[in-house]
Write a protein that binds this ligand. Structure first.
Ligand code: SF4
Length: 298
Protein backbone atom coordinates (compact mmCIF):
# COMPACT_ATOMS: atom_id res chain seq x y z
CA UNK A 1 0.00 0.00 0.00
CA UNK A 2 1.10 3.57 -0.59
CA UNK A 3 2.52 5.21 2.50
CA UNK A 4 0.69 8.53 2.46
CA UNK A 5 -3.13 8.65 2.61
CA UNK A 6 -4.86 11.50 0.84
CA UNK A 7 -8.45 12.70 0.60
CA UNK A 8 -9.28 13.17 -3.07
CA UNK A 9 -12.41 12.58 -5.09
CA UNK A 10 -12.38 10.15 -8.03
CA UNK A 11 -12.35 13.00 -10.55
CA UNK A 12 -9.00 14.18 -9.20
CA UNK A 13 -7.41 10.93 -10.37
CA UNK A 14 -8.64 11.58 -13.92
CA UNK A 15 -6.36 13.17 -16.48
CA UNK A 16 -7.26 16.07 -18.76
CA UNK A 17 -6.90 14.25 -22.09
CA UNK A 18 -9.97 13.74 -24.24
CA UNK A 19 -11.02 10.09 -23.96
CA UNK A 20 -11.28 8.60 -27.43
CA UNK A 21 -12.92 5.27 -26.60
CA UNK A 22 -16.11 4.52 -28.56
CA UNK A 23 -19.42 5.56 -26.95
CA UNK A 24 -20.71 2.83 -24.63
CA UNK A 25 -17.33 1.06 -24.35
CA UNK A 26 -16.93 -0.95 -21.15
CA UNK A 27 -13.55 0.70 -20.61
CA UNK A 28 -15.41 3.76 -19.26
CA UNK A 29 -16.82 1.63 -16.42
CA UNK A 30 -13.36 0.31 -15.57
CA UNK A 31 -11.88 3.82 -15.55
CA UNK A 32 -14.69 5.03 -13.26
CA UNK A 33 -14.36 2.06 -10.89
CA UNK A 34 -10.59 2.32 -10.75
CA UNK A 35 -10.59 6.01 -9.84
CA UNK A 36 -13.30 5.40 -7.24
CA UNK A 37 -11.17 2.63 -5.74
CA UNK A 38 -8.14 4.95 -5.60
CA UNK A 39 -10.23 7.62 -3.88
CA UNK A 40 -11.81 5.29 -1.33
CA UNK A 41 -8.42 3.78 -0.47
CA UNK A 42 -6.98 7.28 -0.13
CA UNK A 43 -4.05 6.49 -2.44
CA UNK A 44 -1.59 9.26 -3.12
CA UNK A 45 -1.54 9.77 -6.93
CA UNK A 46 2.21 10.42 -6.72
CA UNK A 47 2.67 6.91 -5.36
CA UNK A 48 0.52 5.10 -7.98
CA UNK A 49 2.02 3.74 -11.22
CA UNK A 50 -0.33 2.43 -13.91
CA UNK A 51 1.41 0.30 -16.53
CA UNK A 52 -0.15 -0.78 -19.83
CA UNK A 53 0.78 -2.48 -23.10
CA UNK A 54 -0.97 -1.90 -26.44
CA UNK A 55 -4.70 -1.84 -27.15
CA UNK A 56 -7.77 0.31 -26.50
CA UNK A 57 -7.58 -0.42 -22.76
CA UNK A 58 -3.90 0.37 -22.70
CA UNK A 59 -4.77 4.06 -23.10
CA UNK A 60 -5.63 4.03 -19.38
CA UNK A 61 -2.39 5.76 -18.25
CA UNK A 62 -3.22 8.62 -20.66
CA UNK A 63 -6.56 9.18 -18.97
CA UNK A 64 -5.35 9.08 -15.37
CA UNK A 65 -3.68 11.76 -13.29
CA UNK A 66 -1.17 9.32 -11.80
CA UNK A 67 2.23 8.06 -12.92
CA UNK A 68 1.90 5.92 -16.03
CA UNK A 69 3.95 3.87 -18.46
CA UNK A 70 2.52 2.91 -21.85
CA UNK A 71 4.86 0.06 -22.78
CA UNK A 72 5.26 -2.49 -25.57
CA UNK A 73 2.62 -4.98 -26.72
CA UNK A 74 2.27 -7.72 -24.10
CA UNK A 75 5.07 -6.41 -21.91
CA UNK A 76 3.21 -4.48 -19.23
CA UNK A 77 3.62 -7.16 -16.54
CA UNK A 78 7.44 -7.38 -16.56
CA UNK A 79 7.63 -3.57 -16.60
CA UNK A 80 5.30 -3.44 -13.62
CA UNK A 81 7.25 -6.10 -11.74
CA UNK A 82 10.47 -4.21 -12.31
CA UNK A 83 8.93 -0.95 -11.06
CA UNK A 84 7.55 -2.62 -7.94
CA UNK A 85 10.80 -4.39 -7.14
CA UNK A 86 12.74 -1.15 -7.61
CA UNK A 87 10.46 0.63 -5.15
CA UNK A 88 8.08 -1.61 -3.14
CA UNK A 89 6.43 1.44 -1.56
CA UNK A 90 4.69 2.23 -4.88
CA UNK A 91 1.19 1.01 -5.72
CA UNK A 92 1.64 -0.66 -9.11
CA UNK A 93 -1.30 -1.54 -11.34
CA UNK A 94 -1.40 -3.12 -14.79
CA UNK A 95 -4.28 -2.34 -17.14
CA UNK A 96 -4.36 -4.49 -20.26
CA UNK A 97 -6.65 -6.17 -22.74
CA UNK A 98 -7.18 -9.88 -23.26
CA UNK A 99 -5.31 -9.75 -26.57
CA UNK A 100 -2.39 -7.95 -24.97
CA UNK A 101 -2.09 -9.95 -21.73
CA UNK A 102 -3.31 -13.37 -22.91
CA UNK A 103 -2.06 -13.32 -26.52
CA UNK A 104 1.41 -11.90 -27.07
CA UNK A 105 1.88 -11.37 -23.33
CA UNK A 106 0.65 -14.74 -22.07
CA UNK A 107 4.13 -15.94 -21.13
CA UNK A 108 4.51 -12.99 -18.78
CA UNK A 109 0.98 -13.50 -17.48
CA UNK A 110 1.75 -17.10 -16.51
CA UNK A 111 5.20 -16.28 -15.18
CA UNK A 112 3.84 -13.58 -12.85
CA UNK A 113 2.10 -16.24 -10.76
CA UNK A 114 5.44 -17.82 -9.83
CA UNK A 115 6.83 -14.56 -8.48
CA UNK A 116 3.86 -13.26 -6.49
CA UNK A 117 5.09 -9.66 -6.65
CA UNK A 118 2.65 -7.38 -4.81
CA UNK A 119 0.81 -5.81 -7.76
CA UNK A 120 -2.66 -5.68 -9.31
CA UNK A 121 -3.49 -6.76 -12.86
CA UNK A 122 -6.78 -5.51 -14.32
CA UNK A 123 -7.72 -7.44 -17.44
CA UNK A 124 -10.11 -5.65 -19.83
CA UNK A 125 -11.69 -8.75 -21.33
CA UNK A 126 -13.82 -8.11 -24.43
CA UNK A 127 -13.04 -11.08 -26.67
CA UNK A 128 -11.64 -9.00 -29.52
CA UNK A 129 -8.65 -6.94 -30.59
CA UNK A 130 -10.59 -3.67 -30.63
CA UNK A 131 -7.71 -1.39 -31.61
CA UNK A 132 -7.06 -3.33 -34.83
CA UNK A 133 -10.68 -3.73 -36.00
CA UNK A 134 -12.03 -6.64 -34.00
CA UNK A 135 -10.05 -9.81 -34.72
CA UNK A 136 -10.78 -12.75 -32.37
CA UNK A 137 -8.77 -12.52 -29.16
CA UNK A 138 -7.77 -15.41 -26.85
CA UNK A 139 -10.99 -15.19 -24.80
CA UNK A 140 -13.46 -15.45 -27.70
CA UNK A 141 -15.01 -18.94 -27.65
CA UNK A 142 -14.75 -21.26 -30.66
CA UNK A 143 -17.57 -21.08 -33.24
CA UNK A 144 -18.56 -17.56 -32.19
CA UNK A 145 -18.83 -15.16 -35.11
CA UNK A 146 -18.73 -11.50 -34.20
CA UNK A 147 -19.55 -8.95 -36.86
CA UNK A 148 -15.89 -8.25 -37.62
CA UNK A 149 -15.08 -11.89 -38.40
CA UNK A 150 -15.69 -13.26 -41.92
CA UNK A 151 -16.14 -16.77 -40.44
CA UNK A 152 -16.76 -18.17 -36.92
CA UNK A 153 -13.75 -18.25 -34.62
CA UNK A 154 -11.80 -21.46 -35.21
CA UNK A 155 -9.84 -21.45 -31.94
CA UNK A 156 -10.78 -22.34 -28.37
CA UNK A 157 -10.89 -19.69 -25.67
CA UNK A 158 -8.66 -19.45 -22.63
CA UNK A 159 -10.35 -18.93 -19.26
CA UNK A 160 -8.32 -16.18 -17.51
CA UNK A 161 -9.48 -17.22 -14.03
CA UNK A 162 -8.45 -20.86 -14.46
CA UNK A 163 -5.17 -19.86 -16.11
CA UNK A 164 -4.32 -17.48 -13.26
CA UNK A 165 -5.18 -20.11 -10.63
CA UNK A 166 -3.06 -22.71 -12.39
CA UNK A 167 -0.19 -20.20 -12.64
CA UNK A 168 -0.12 -19.52 -8.89
CA UNK A 169 -1.87 -16.14 -8.60
CA UNK A 170 -2.79 -15.53 -4.98
CA UNK A 171 -5.86 -13.33 -5.62
CA UNK A 172 -8.18 -14.12 -8.51
CA UNK A 173 -11.46 -12.31 -9.16
CA UNK A 174 -13.88 -11.41 -11.91
CA UNK A 175 -16.19 -8.40 -12.23
CA UNK A 176 -18.37 -6.72 -14.85
CA UNK A 177 -17.59 -3.33 -16.35
CA UNK A 178 -21.18 -2.08 -16.21
CA UNK A 179 -21.55 -2.86 -12.50
CA UNK A 180 -19.07 -0.23 -11.41
CA UNK A 181 -19.93 -0.39 -7.71
CA UNK A 182 -19.12 -4.10 -7.47
CA UNK A 183 -16.10 -3.68 -9.78
CA UNK A 184 -14.80 -0.87 -7.56
CA UNK A 185 -15.12 -3.08 -4.48
CA UNK A 186 -13.27 -5.94 -6.19
CA UNK A 187 -10.47 -3.61 -7.38
CA UNK A 188 -10.12 -2.30 -3.81
CA UNK A 189 -9.75 -5.85 -2.50
CA UNK A 190 -7.21 -6.63 -5.23
CA UNK A 191 -5.13 -3.56 -4.36
CA UNK A 192 -5.31 -4.37 -0.64
CA UNK A 193 -4.22 -7.95 -1.31
CA UNK A 194 -0.60 -8.74 -0.53
CA UNK A 195 0.59 -10.56 -3.66
CA UNK A 196 -0.19 -10.72 -7.38
CA UNK A 197 -3.89 -10.05 -7.92
CA UNK A 198 -5.91 -10.56 -11.09
CA UNK A 199 -9.24 -8.86 -11.75
CA UNK A 200 -10.76 -10.26 -14.95
CA UNK A 201 -13.27 -7.61 -16.07
CA UNK A 202 -16.00 -8.56 -18.52
CA UNK A 203 -15.83 -5.50 -20.76
CA UNK A 204 -18.28 -5.24 -23.66
CA UNK A 205 -16.91 -3.78 -26.91
CA UNK A 206 -20.03 -2.42 -28.62
CA UNK A 207 -18.11 -1.59 -31.79
CA UNK A 208 -16.75 -5.04 -32.68
CA UNK A 209 -18.25 -7.67 -30.38
CA UNK A 210 -21.98 -7.83 -31.15
CA UNK A 211 -22.35 -11.17 -29.33
CA UNK A 212 -21.12 -10.48 -25.78
CA UNK A 213 -23.08 -7.25 -25.44
CA UNK A 214 -24.39 -5.46 -22.37
CA UNK A 215 -27.77 -7.15 -22.89
CA UNK A 216 -26.05 -10.55 -23.20
CA UNK A 217 -24.07 -10.09 -19.99
CA UNK A 218 -26.91 -8.47 -18.02
CA UNK A 219 -28.93 -11.70 -18.33
CA UNK A 220 -26.08 -13.98 -17.27
CA UNK A 221 -23.81 -12.33 -14.73
CA UNK A 222 -24.44 -13.28 -11.11
CA UNK A 223 -22.47 -12.63 -7.94
CA UNK A 224 -20.83 -15.47 -6.02
CA UNK A 225 -22.65 -16.17 -2.80
CA UNK A 226 -20.28 -15.45 0.09
CA UNK A 227 -22.36 -17.74 2.28
CA UNK A 228 -21.65 -20.66 -0.03
CA UNK A 229 -18.10 -19.87 -1.15
CA UNK A 230 -15.33 -18.57 1.11
CA UNK A 231 -12.41 -17.78 -1.25
CA UNK A 232 -9.90 -17.15 1.55
CA UNK A 233 -7.21 -19.74 2.24
CA UNK A 234 -6.92 -19.92 6.02
CA UNK A 235 -4.40 -22.76 6.18
CA UNK A 236 -1.82 -23.79 3.56
CA UNK A 237 -3.19 -27.34 3.75
CA UNK A 238 -6.45 -26.20 2.16
CA UNK A 239 -4.80 -24.10 -0.58
CA UNK A 240 -4.83 -26.74 -3.29
CA UNK A 241 -8.34 -27.91 -2.55
CA UNK A 242 -9.63 -24.32 -2.65
CA UNK A 243 -7.75 -23.63 -5.87
CA UNK A 244 -9.32 -26.65 -7.56
CA UNK A 245 -12.78 -25.70 -6.30
CA UNK A 246 -12.28 -22.14 -7.55
CA UNK A 247 -11.39 -23.54 -10.98
CA UNK A 248 -14.56 -25.58 -10.99
CA UNK A 249 -16.68 -22.54 -10.10
CA UNK A 250 -14.89 -20.45 -12.76
CA UNK A 251 -15.55 -23.02 -15.46
CA UNK A 252 -19.24 -22.04 -15.50
CA UNK A 253 -19.73 -20.01 -18.68
CA UNK A 254 -22.88 -19.82 -20.72
CA UNK A 255 -26.35 -19.18 -19.35
CA UNK A 256 -24.78 -18.11 -16.04
CA UNK A 257 -21.45 -16.38 -15.44
CA UNK A 258 -20.18 -15.95 -11.86
CA UNK A 259 -18.41 -12.77 -10.75
CA UNK A 260 -16.70 -12.02 -7.44
CA UNK A 261 -13.60 -13.24 -5.64
CA UNK A 262 -12.71 -16.83 -6.51
CA UNK A 263 -9.50 -17.25 -4.52
CA UNK A 264 -7.42 -15.33 -2.00
CA UNK A 265 -4.28 -16.66 -0.35
CA UNK A 266 -2.01 -14.35 1.65
CA UNK A 267 -0.03 -17.21 3.18
CA UNK A 268 2.32 -17.33 0.17
CA UNK A 269 5.31 -14.99 0.68
CA UNK A 270 5.53 -12.16 -1.81
CA UNK A 271 8.64 -11.89 -3.98
CA UNK A 272 9.75 -8.75 -2.15
CA UNK A 273 9.97 -10.79 1.08
CA UNK A 274 11.81 -13.60 -0.70
CA UNK A 275 14.37 -11.00 -1.81
CA UNK A 276 15.15 -10.39 1.87
CA UNK A 277 16.73 -13.82 2.08
CA UNK A 278 19.24 -12.65 -0.54
CA UNK A 279 19.60 -8.95 0.31
CA UNK A 280 18.93 -8.35 4.00
CA UNK A 281 18.33 -4.57 3.72
CA UNK A 282 16.36 -4.84 0.44
CA UNK A 283 13.22 -3.13 1.75
CA UNK A 284 15.25 -0.19 3.04
CA UNK A 285 16.96 0.43 -0.30
CA UNK A 286 14.43 2.22 -2.50
CA UNK A 287 15.28 5.91 -2.78
CA UNK A 288 11.63 6.93 -3.07
CA UNK A 289 10.88 5.43 0.33
CA UNK A 290 13.76 7.35 1.83
CA UNK A 291 12.35 10.58 0.35
CA UNK A 292 8.96 9.86 1.95
CA UNK A 293 10.58 9.28 5.32
CA UNK A 294 12.68 12.43 4.94
CA UNK A 295 9.52 14.44 4.20
CA UNK A 296 8.04 13.25 7.47
CA UNK A 297 5.30 10.98 6.12
CA UNK A 298 4.72 7.77 8.02
FE1 SF4 B 1 -13.95 0.09 -26.66
FE2 SF4 B 1 -14.22 -1.69 -28.63
FE3 SF4 B 1 -14.18 0.94 -29.18
FE4 SF4 B 1 -11.96 -0.31 -28.36
S1 SF4 B 1 -13.08 -0.69 -30.28
S2 SF4 B 1 -12.72 1.68 -27.63
S3 SF4 B 1 -12.77 -1.80 -26.90
S4 SF4 B 1 -15.75 -0.16 -27.99
Amino acid sequence: MAVLKVALNPQQYRGKKWIDWCPGCGNFGILAAETQAFAELGLDPRRIVVVSGIGCSSRMPDFLNVNGVHTLHGRAIPYAMGIKLADPSLEVIVNGGDGDLLGIGVGHFVSAGRYNVDLTIILHNNGVYGLTKGQASPTLPRNVKTKALPKPNIKDAVNPIILALASGYTFVARAYAYDTRHLKDVIKEAIRHKGTALVDVLQPCPTYNDINTKEWYDKRVYKLDNEKWDPVVHDEKEANEKRLKAMEIASEWGDRIPVGIFYKNELVPIYEERMLSRISNYLELPPAKQVIEKDGYS
